[in-house]
Design a protein around this ligand. Structure first.
Ligand SMILES: NC(=O)c1ccc[n+]([C@@H]2O[C@H](COP(=O)([O-])OP(=O)(O)OC[C@H]3O[C@@H](n4cnc5c(N)ncnc54)[C@H](OP(=O)(O)O)[C@@H]3O)[C@@H](O)[C@H]2O)c1
Length: 336
């Protein structure tokens, strides 16, 4: 057989079944920025095989494969989701394309790690969850923050009663989004700050409070394109906690998480985008409660692989993604 002209010479592929089935052969959808900067390095570090990347542009796919140690490049997504040598597909496309290509991959028998937000609304996320259940495959929303040891420790601290009862939570994720051509600027692609960065604060509030909000209020400032450049939401939880969540494309870079309970306070700087090269801390006043260094992307990839081997998608089952999407829908509705 003639050599594939788009095959890239990389180290020998791990065999499926190595490490108890936890080393995956990946198909990558999109020559995406996030794959290049975070997920492809994480997959390589975890010992997985980057089998194929598909892009709308074969030229882009070829360049991406050459730069990221991916074996094959293809000029379509279809060829990735149907590839025989792919165990799992990583969907890193514009948000409006997540549902179509996740369901195509699931129906082709692949497990799917899909970028956040799982989709543009809860109904769509629910259809994706149903497709995973029907096809008996793992589907996980790639909220890497949940896999950082600091987040795990924070959840344990709050559940252990460190704060007494959690009453106030404030989460901000904002940065200056100045790329007019970016899909984030366009409503038809599921753009806007709430879906892009507000999702982190909403998911974090749900996890920390341990309930779903029963009242939601919100304000939004829209760009001329129609996407929300800034959204601020107030979530009220049945047990008495109130969370305020800010998401913006219109400010300097800012990430912050503050928790106030009946008996104490905690603060988490850069709570969502923790770099593996910097200490990720939890603070009580000026005192450092704990400090961690970890690659949450690598930990997420390994947890996902474990899920494909064991069937358990804890701590991020698809129900969690649908619940987050339900709150995001309520925020959009409240903002009008
Ligand atoms: N977990 C995280 O830390 C993190 C960080 C950033 C982004 N994300 C998520 O990852 C996904 C991709 O984000 P990204 O920043 O990597 O995006 P990106 O590089 O701008 O786009 C990803 C891919 O989507 C396709 N695409 C982009 N714009 C499009 C358009 N206007 N119309 C049709 N297709 C388009 C392209 O696929 P082709 O290659 O086929 O052209 C592109 O390679 C999003 O869901 C985002 O929310 C996650």
């Amino acid at each position: 057989m003639a050599a594939d002209p788009y095959e890239v010479a990389v180290d020998p592929a791990p065999r499926r079944g190595d490490d108890g089935g936890r080393l995956l052969r990946w198909g990558l959808l999109g020559a995406a920025h996030i794959t290049q900067t975070a997920l492809a390095p994480a997959m390589r570090k975890a010992g997985h095989d980057l089998a194929v990347v598909g892009s709308r542009s074969l030229t882009r796919a070829r360049a991406f494969a050459a730069n990221n140690g991916v074996r094959r490049a293809r000029g379509s997504y279809e060829e990735v989701v149907t590839a025989d040598d792919v165990d799992a597909v990583y969907v890193a496309l514009a948000n409006d394309a997540h549902e179509r290509w996740t369901i195509a991959a699931l129906e082709s028998g692949k497990h799917v790690l899909c970028e956040k937000p799982l989709s543009t609304d809860a109904a769509s996320a629910g259809r994706m969850a149903s497709a995973a259940a029907t096809n008996g495959r793992v589907l996980m929303e790639a909220v890497m923050t949940r896999f950082h040891p600091r987040t795990v420790a924070l959840l344990e601290l709050v559940r252990s009663g460190e704060l007494g009862s959690l009453r106030l939570l404030h989460a901000t994720f904002a940065f200056p989004m100045r790329r007019p051509g970016d899909y984030r600027s366009h409503p038809q692609h599921g753009g806007g700050a709430l879906l892009d960065v507000g999702i982190y604060g909403v998911a974090m509030a749900r996890w920390l409070v341990g309930e779903e909000p029963d009242r939601v209020q919100a304000v939004t400032r829209r760009w001329a394109t129609g996407v929300d450049g800034t959204t601020s939401a107030l979530l009220s939880f049945p047990g008495g906690a109130v969370a305020s969540i800010d998401a913006s494309f219109d400010t300097a870079e800012q990430q912050e998480l503050q928790l106030v309970g009946t008996q104490g306070t905690l603060r988490v700087p850069s709570p969502f985008g923790a770099s593996p090269d910097v200490d990720a801390v939890i603070l009580r006043g000026d005192e450092v409660v704990g400090s961690w260094r970890a690659d949450h992307y690598e930990r997420m990839v390994s947890a996902f692989a474990e899920a494909t081997a064991t069937g358990s998608t804890a701590p991020l089952p698809t129900d969690d993604a649908v619940a987050t999407a339900t709150v995001l829908d309520a925020i959009r509705e409240a903002a009008g």
